[in-house]
Design a protein around this ligand. Sequence first.
Ligand code: KIV
Length: 278
Amino acid sequence: MNRSAQQKSSAHVTTRRLLDMKQNGEKISMLTAYDYTMARILDRAGLDVILVGDSASNVFSGHSTTLPITIEEMIYHAKAVVKGVHDESGRAMVVVDMPFMSYQISGDEALRNAGKIMKEHGCDALKLEGGMIIADTVKRITDVGIPVMGHLGLMPQSIYKYGSYRVRAQEEREAEQLLEDARILEESGAFAIVLEKIPSALAAEATRSLTIPTIGIGAGVACDGQVLVINDILGLNREFHPRFVRQYADLNTVIEGAVRQYVEDVRQTSFPSPDESY
Ligand code: KIV
């Protein structure tokens, strides 16, 4: 589907549609993608939202945190994903993570970078980590017409502050702060909030108290939607098996097996056959 066809498609998932889904009790499905081919598959499969996550820093580039990824790298991934969705049914909403330090320095800089990311690849929305501390920035970005998805709980861009990836907001003070941050994000114009690795009861309370949808990752079933990293559900990473991931395939084994067979076939000269030659 080309750009103009996609613009006309009434099936394309919008912020309004996500709000309706919450109100109607329809769950929102979201996964990450970082390239054209995967985006086409996810869109074809009927996924509601594709997140071009800064987890690309981990699963695509091999860094140990999300901090090193740059705006240019996020734009590169986002362009490929947006093109994949446009060339398929064009239904999925594409949300792009603003990378570490692209929105924290000042409101002006955040606005400039948000505009740059939106203009250069034509995605639908941006995602920022943080609560009260980024509320003014969220307001400035949404005021110019750019939809913002919030992200609370475990915020991987702050991993050096936490010192671990353990469950967040288990103590009352942090839980109360999270509820307050969620309320402020909604008030500042956010259209949805990702809740990462927090107790299910707290996520349920946040979901009840907000009019905008919550999308959980390790936050229980009461959230209005769920998000996971595509590499994790496909079993592409042998070393990473947190409790909140459900693995739907074992592509690591499938791919390794296919490549072993290919290596063997080349060595044995059983590939290419006459039928595979000119
Ligand atoms: O970058 C990412 O993949 C994310 C999800 C874990 C929500 O932010």
